[in-house]
Design a protein around this ligand. Structure first.
Ligand SMILES: [Zn+2]
Length: 296
């Protein structure tokens, strides 16, 4: 009995070896769908962040080639690199790829550079979001580790979301397809992306409806980020000439700030109210806007 069992095991092992060898042969011999070169932007082409969440690249013309034009929906999420970083996502998005179910939990995915940090002045308080490269509303990808990077709230909401919304609205309205590519850009071995390129092109109308090529910065005003590790800290206080620190009250829901003595500021709901002892320049640097009532 024992002997027979052993023999069977041996046979199985031999069988798996043959299968593995065949798979390896297939992997190296059969060409995959990968294009010859991955279009990527060099950081030398990107100006330093200067207060706008994105800049336009290549006069806003995406780098898709004619061979890539198709009206067949598909989506592709390339392998993580040797450092487990996301590499490239591309899709031809039609209505059929868009999600019909609610977004699921993605909390189990820990993208590279994920270091939890909270700041009072960040919308939602958390500095980082698990940021979809191709937004959930476009292809319905939930916890796909090849599609999620460590992205600031600011990049996610102020940078990427308006473009995603534009594409989603267009597809829903027209039923057309949009070629869509998002590539994270990492400097050297950094674990947090410096930013992402977003390209989109509506196929059926030759880019009439949707055509853009932008670089979105992975920054958060008021926070300094160590892109190598993901660690972050409060940016040094900005002090304008002749400025003194004062008391300001912020409505974290609206991002408006009031003079410490303003009645409307005092009446903000406790869960939305934050008090700061700092300069006006710093409040502006943190992306708060002065409230009209007291004009602080
Ligand atoms: Zn006020």
């Amino acid at each position: 009995m024992k002997k027979y069992k052993k023999k069977k095991n041996k046979k199985l092992t031999l069988g798996s070896v043959i299968v593995i060898v065949l798979l390896l042969v297939a992997y190296f011999v059969i060409p995959g769908p990968e294009p010859e070169s991955v279009p990527s932007v060099s950081l030398e082409q990107v100006p330093a962040y200067s207060g706008e969440p994105f800049v336009v690249l290549n006069e806003n013309i995406p780098n898709f080639t004619q061979e890539e034009y198709t009206t067949e929906s598909y989506e592709r999420y390339d392998d993580l690199d040797a450092l487990n970083r996301c590499t490239l996502t591309v899709a031809c998005i039609g209505k059929d790829l868009m999600p019909t179910e609610d977004r699921g939990n993605i909390g189990q995915v820990k993208p590279t550079g994920w270091v939890t940090a909270k700041y009072d002045f960040v919308d939602g308080k958390y500095l980082y979001n698990r940021c979809h490269l191709i937004g959930f509303q476009l292809t319905g990808e939930n916890a796909n580790e090849r599609n999620l990077i460590t992205g600031t709230r600011y990049m996610n909401v102020d940078g990427m979301l308006p473009f995603e919304n534009m594409v989603a609205d267009y597809i829903k309205e027209t039923g057309n397809h949009v070629l869509y590519r998002v590539i994270p850009v990492f400097e050297g071995d950094n674990l947090v992306a410096h930013g992402v390129t977003m390209e989109a092109w509506s196929v059926e109308d030759n880019g009439e409806g949707i055509c853009f090529n932008v670089y979105v910065y992975n920054v958060q005003p008021g926070v300094e980020i160590d892109y190598a590790s993901g660690e972050s800290w409060l940016a040094e206080a900005v002090i304008g000439e002749g400025e003194d620190a004062k008391t300001y009250v912020v409505n974290t829901g609206s991002g408006k700030f009031h003079d410490g003595a303003c009645e409307q500021g005092q009446s903000i709901k406790t869960e939305n109210k934050e008090t700061f002892e700092t300069t006006r320049s710093q409040m502006i640097a943190w992306n708060f806007t002065p409230a009209g009532c007291c004009n602080p």
